[in-house]
Write a protein that binds this ligand. Structure first.
Ligand code: CTP
Length: 403
């Protein structure tokens, strides 16, 4: 029997979606994998599944009332303190909205607010509810701002009769995802990741930059941290909140990013250059605002080339096995040819090539992995979180014994 979840304490939060009928099966499979499961259900969920069913399966009293005189008044704090994972499955649209807003209006949302560890939501709802901008915005808050995980809903027949996306993932797949959360296969590895754009100042109020959101780099940082790596995230200015338990070095310009990368790479096992480094900077940053009265009808600014950080570390470490170096190639045309050229020129171990239209400012992306040994694999269009996992899996397949 596979006991991947042995000694793991999991709070299974069940909310008011018809998919709550699958929660007992999910609890059973988690327990079968060795987990100790404490179910907490919302009052809405009691319409779909009884506390007694979950109590019988888990062997623990199921709690659902915030102000129940027979229970511990600090129940939400104590439950939140002792768990390794808070898994909300199914997560209804309403519960996701409450969690995104930081509400504590019932026991499960109070536990969610009080919990500091890994949180995962398995949404289940009607497709229109899922696609609604409010729900999408709330899911984005959970992932991008709070660093929580979404186990993407599947496509299939929904309770409303249509076949579309919105069905809670199967209990088997959820257990697999949960097992992955506890997979510490990057423990002992130091991973340096650059992310976001660089900003090249022209004068105190103007700058040159690009449209990189930083999402891919932050997703790699999050996945690496979850898998036990020591992560250093060197980030240009972004609107994202970095995951916990990592070192963040905030930089602005390409020169600052270069400095940080060089300082952090010597003892790194992997460097992932996902930042969109500006290729040019203003020759001299004006100390005073450039006034239009002092110019004629046009303004000429002189840009000079920035150092190519990837090329520099590629050359620096070309004779040593460590760190493994991954670069990106962002292209508008000839993705494969340009990606291969960058791999060769910059001496990287792998280039992840993506096209600007597939990647910029989006939640999903589609890439080609171009390896030094000549292998080329193309992904489907996948969420950036899934890409992050694939990139780190590729690294482990190249460098499993580096630590
Ligand atoms: N890169 C870098 N330093 C630079 C420019 C790019 O380290 N000054 C890295 C990026 O982080 C990325 C890879 O090089 O990993 C390729 O970046 P990309 O913008 O696709 O290509 P460039 O080398 O800038 O070439 P071009 O803009 O001509 O396509």
């Amino acid at each position: 029997m596979n006991l991947d979840l042995k000694n793991r304490k999991i709070i299974l939060g069940v909310t008011g979606s018809i998919a709550a009928y699958k929660a007992p099966e999910l609890a059973r499979l988690l327990i079968k994998s060795g987990a100790d499961v404490q179910a907490v259900i919302t009052e809405a969920a009691c319409n779909f599944v009884t506390p007694l069913t979950l109590e019988t399966l888990t062997g623990h009293k199921v709690v659902y009332k915030m102000f129940n005189s027979t229970t511990d008044p600090l129940e939400h704090i104590n439950l939140a303190k002792n768990a390794d994972l808070l898994l909300i499955a199914p997560a209804s649209a309403d519960f996701i909205a409450r969690a995104a807003a930081g509400r504590a209006s019932d026991l499960l949302s109070a536990i969610t607010l009080a919990y500091a560890g890994t949180v995962a939501f398995a949404p289940a709802m009607n497709t229109n509810m899922l696609n609604n901008r409010a729900t999408q915005k709330n899911i984005k808050i959970l992932t991008d701002e709070y660093g929580w995980n979404i186990i993407e809903p599947a496509s299939g027949e929904l309770a409303c009769g249509i076949t579309d996306k919105g069905r809670m993932e199967s209990p088997e797949t959820i257990v697999q995802s949960v097992t992955n959360f506890f997979n510490r296969d990057l423990e002992g590895h130091k991973i340096v990741i650059t992310a976001g754009p660089t900003v090249e100042d022209i004068d105190p109020v103007r700058f040159i930059s690009n449209r990189s959101s930083g999402k891919t780099g932050y997703a790699i940082a999050r996945n690496a941290a979850l898998r036990g790596a020591r992560v250093v995230l060197i980030s240009g200015p972004t609107a994202l909140i970095p995951p916990e338990n990592i070192t963040v070095i905030n930089v602005r310009s390409a020169l600052e990013m270069r400095q940080a990368v060089l300082e952090e790479s010597d003892d790194a096992h992997l460097v992932v250059m996902s930042a969109a480094v500006a290729d040019f900077r203003h020759e001299t940053i004006e100390t005073k605002k450039i006034k239009k009265e002092t110019q004629n009808d046009s303004l000429e600014i002189k840009l000079v080339k920035n150092p190519d950080i990837l090329l520099e570390i590629g050359e620096k470490y070309k004779k040593s096995k460590s760190p493994v170096i991954f670069g990106f190639a962002l292209e508008t045309d000839n993705l494969l040819t340009n990606g291969k050229a960058k791999l060769e020129k910059k001496l990287a171990d792998m280039i992840i090539a993506n096209s600007a239209k597939d990647a910029l400012e989006k939640e999903t992306t589609k890439v080609i992995f171009i390896h030094k040994d000549g292998r080329v694999n193309e992904t489907d269009e996948i969420p950036k979180q899934s890409l992050a996992k694939l990139i780190l899996d590729e690294y482990l397949s190249i460098n499993p014994l580096s630590v």
